[in-house]
Design a protein around this ligand. Structure first.
Ligand code: SIN
Length: 365
């Protein structure tokens, strides 16, 4: 009898344990973490912010600043958990994760939004922005507004544009000074058809791969090089495994902070106010620090590594612009003329004139 009781007890314990662990692993991820309407301990709200870069980058630091401001403004009631370095989702997965409410904030590079609406590809046009002022004018003005409008059809809300900086090219195959130096070089690029067209036009072999696979692709020599901002080249240590870098400033890399519109609509007016205010302050902070960060990290790269660095002269820049100019007409065919016209006008207002460039180049010789 005693034995029977012991067996029954054991059986029940075994059954309950199996049930618990079995169901625990079957539960959807979000259910084990949080639910945005949940007001658990002391009415705390916990939101997740996922991104793919390192913490010591313009985006990494801005995400941290946003979390701090939200915490401060809500007296600790709202907590933003940050998952950097693609630790939660890769750049390919994060938009879906946002739509499925697995995360509540992401900040993909604008280049990666071309997969939602082709208009975003306009920002990838080569030499579209000559400096940070041009970027701010464009994104805070009609261009930025127009692009935000495209997000509605996907149920997304653009909360802000954050900046990183201008892209440079690194390679192991040889120095890159002329557009023709890129011929036959294989490069990892972001998921953007406009960037792909740009490198193909120069005879290179671009591969659209995730950001977090880049180091390995370079290290295992699956590609010769890549293009990125100094802060990404520095924080991900690409410069340790590349022999050449060209300061080309040929393209802009910035971000859109996205949230799901229906998630946002569900929040109380007070929570919305806190999130919007914190986002506005963070954006101003990001704009103030991103440029300097890229400058400082370029100096760190020069100090820390023997990588050979070439900066395009104004005359060389003109050659690159000329070689890549046909993309503007192609973009008009794909995206339509209104946005491209706005980009062309902005570029004309900020870009060096060819004559000025040649004169400055002659002066430095
Ligand atoms: C990022 O800055 O978010 C990543 C850029 C890249 O994919 O190269």
């Amino acid at each position: 009898m005693k034995n029977l009781l012991a067996y029954t007890l054991l059986l029940i314990i075994g059954f309950v344990t199996a049930l618990y662990f079995g169901f625990y692993h079957m539960m959807p991820k979000s259910a084990t973490t949080f639910d945005d309407e949940q007001t658990g301990l002391k009415d705390q709200l916990v939101f997740k912010f996922s991104h793919v870069v390192a913490d010591n980058t313009p985006k990494g630091l801005a995400a941290k600043k946003f979390a701090e401001l939200v915490h401060e403004k809500s007296d600790g009631r709202i907590s933003i958990q940050i998952f950097s370095n693609g630790s939660l989702y890769s750049d390919i997965e994060e938009i879906n994760a946002l739509k499925e409410n697995q995360v509540q904030f992401i900040a993909p590079s604008t280049s990666k939004l071309g997969m939602l609406s082709p208009e975003w590809l306009a920002l990838d046009l080569p030499f579209a922005f000559s400096n940070y002022d041009a970027v701010q004018e464009g994104l805070h003005g009609a261009i930025g507004q127009r692009l935000f409008g495209t997000l509605q059809k996907d149920g997304l809300k653009g909360m802000a544009y954050w900046t990183n900086g201008f892209k440079q090219i690194t390679s192991n195959k040889g120095p890159i000074k002329q557009p023709s130096d890129l011929k036959k070089q294989s490069l990892r690029i972001m998921q953007s058809d406009m960037i792909e067209k740009q490198f193909k036009l120069l005879g290179a072999k671009p591969y659209q791969e995730s950001f977090n696979s880049t180091f390995q692709l370079l290290e295992t020599k699956k590609v010769d090089g890549e293009e990125n901002t100094i802060s990404n080249i520095y924080s991900k240590k690409f410069y340790h495994i590349q022999d050449y870098m060209t300061i080309s400033n040929h393209g802009y890399l910035g971000y859109v902070v996205l949230t799901d519109q229906s998630f946002f609509d569900r929040q109380t007016p007070e929570t919305k106010r806190i999130l919007l205010e914190a986002m506005e302050e963070t954006t101003a902070w990001n704009e103030k620090h991103a440029e300097q960060m890229n400058k400082d990290q370029l100096e760190d790269i020069k100090r820390e590594s023997p990588i050979a660095i070439h900066e395009l002269t104004p005359a060389e820049r003109q050659k690159w612009m000329k070689a890549l100019d046909p993309l503007y007409d192609e973009a008009e065919r794909i995206i339509g003329s209104t946005l491209i016209k706005q980009i062309r006008e902005l570029r004309a207002r900020y870009e060096y004139s060819p004559i000025q460039a040649f004169e400055e180049d002659a002066e430095t010789k």
